[in-house]
Design a protein. Structure first.
Length: 203
């Protein structure tokens, strides 16, 4: 088992070395890849009877992208996802695309600053620090998504603060905490070096 983990981390080490020196085209392709993964995860959704906002897998991919890509590529991946969907690629939740004005549209906007912020924190060395700090970084990204989503929801649905929190934030907290924890532990497992080492992407 230990040998298998070592081999996996060696492969991850190769990835970190590659992304640190990747060409512009390679970085762009990687950003497109995470845009695609975000689109795929958007098709994993559960409709809730008490809110028009569904539960999707997007938040997990956004957080993971921030940690694995760094701020610039992670932010770019979500910009591509946003404008790609607006241009007609059917990769928003439930296959929606274009100028779709839905109660959940604010969360899609929030993916961009969330991915950038999480990437920024990991670029500054959190990936080599304690798992609790990595989890905090992921939860901070979730909070950014909630802020953008709640503001849009409130304006679109014309709801007050209490109703907005009950319909656009509270129902998703438990599952998004699980996503944040899972993303943080996955990144920690993929880290090829100990937490005491510092390394940052050049992006």
């Amino acid at each position: 088992m230990e040998q298998a983990i070592k081999k996996w981390r060696d492969r991850c080490h190769v990835y970190y070395d590659w992304i640190s020196s990747a060409t512009f085209v390679e970085r762009l392709l990687l950003s497109f890849a995470f845009s695609f993964l975000t689109g795929v995860s958007a098709q994993i959704f559960i409709k809730l009877p008490f809110t028009p906002v569904p539960v999707t897998g997007q938040v997990f991919v956004v957080l993971l992208g921030g940690a694995l890509l760094g701020k610039s590529l992670a932010g770019l991946s979500q910009i591509i996802y946003f404008f790609g969907g607006m241009a007609g690629i059917p990769w928003f939740a439930a296959g929606n695309c274009g100028m779709v004005l839905l109660p959940s549209f604010g969360y899609i906007i929030g993916f961009i600053p969330a991915a950038f912020f999480v990437g920024w924190l990991f670029d500054r060395g959190i990936r080599w620090q304690s798992i609790s700090r990595q989890i905090f970084a992921m939860l901070a990204g979730v909070a950014i998504i909630y802020c953008c989503g709640a503001i849009w929801f409130s304006v679109f649905m014309q709801t007050g603060l209490k109703t907005t929190l009950l319909m656009a934030v509270a129902p998703f907290i438990p599952v998004d905490i699980v996503k944040a924890y899972f993303a943080a532990y996955l990144v920690a497992f993929c880290s090829p070096r100990s937490f005491s080492n510092e390394r940052s992407f050049k992006n």
